[in-house]
Ligand binder design. Structure first.
Ligand code: GRF
Length: 198
């Protein structure tokens, strides 16, 4: 079975990207990373990707007059790495327009540090703590033109401990994110391969 080709989009640290690169290094993993693209030239994940020998590209949103121009450049960059089967948003901090999202129907996924539909948006851990929750987690979901919505592929649950801060909780959730993202890519790859779409 051919491996599906991924583009991983990042904005910063890139630890989820690295979990995908590590998973893709296994011969039996059904995906390979064709390119890592950052919208910030200083994204730390870029250097990590290069360490793995993965091609990287930067599409700096600050260099474009508006979202449509930025997204046109992003799409052009992605097309240079065609064929691509799946776009993985991994800490990518730009909201994408419906026009862009609709170019990748069923072919764009995102990881979010909460049990969606709870705590869409930012500061998920602080909000879960403020609400006195005893459990949170992470979600990998298909991207649709509505932020942090779209069908769930994988969720992993994480207990909230009495003395947790937002930082300790984020660290515990992140460990689960690093398991969840490769697991979700396996599932999506199997679906695409079953459809003969990869
Ligand atoms: C992760 O918590 C992810 O769920 C969220 O942004 C963070 C990115 O971290 N969307 P990293 O860049 O993957 O280390």
């Amino acid at each position: 079975m051919n491996k599906i080709r991924l583009a991983v989009l990042i904005s910063g640290r890139g630890s989820n990207m690295e979990s995908l690169l590590r998973a893709c290094a296994a011969p039996d993993f059904p995906a390979e990373v064709a390119v890592v693209v950052a919208n910030r030239p200083d994204a730390a994940g870029l250097a990590k990707a290069r360490d793995y020998g993965i091609p990287t590209d930067i599409v700096d949103h600050k260099q474009y007059a508006g979202r449509p121009a930025f997204e046109a450049a992003l799409q052009q960059t992605l097309s240079r790495h065609a064929p691509l089967d799946l776009i993985c948003l991994a800490g990518f901090m730009r909201v994408l327009t419906a026009d862009f999202v609709n170019q990748w129907p069923g072919r764009m996924i995102n990881i979010h540090p909460s049990l969606l539909p709870e705590y869409k948006g930012l500061d998920t851990h602080a909000r879960a703590l403020a609400d006195g929750k005893v459990e949170t987690g992470c979600t990998v979901h298909y991207v649709i033109p509505a932020m942090d919505e779209g069908p769930v592929i994988v969720q992993r649950r994480v207990p909230i401990l009495p003395d947790d801060s937002a930082d300790t909780l984020a660290a515990r959730v992140l460990l689960e994110e690093h398991q969840a993202y490769p697991a979700a890519v396996r599932i999506v790859a199997a679906r695409l391969q079953e459809l003969g779409d990869a």
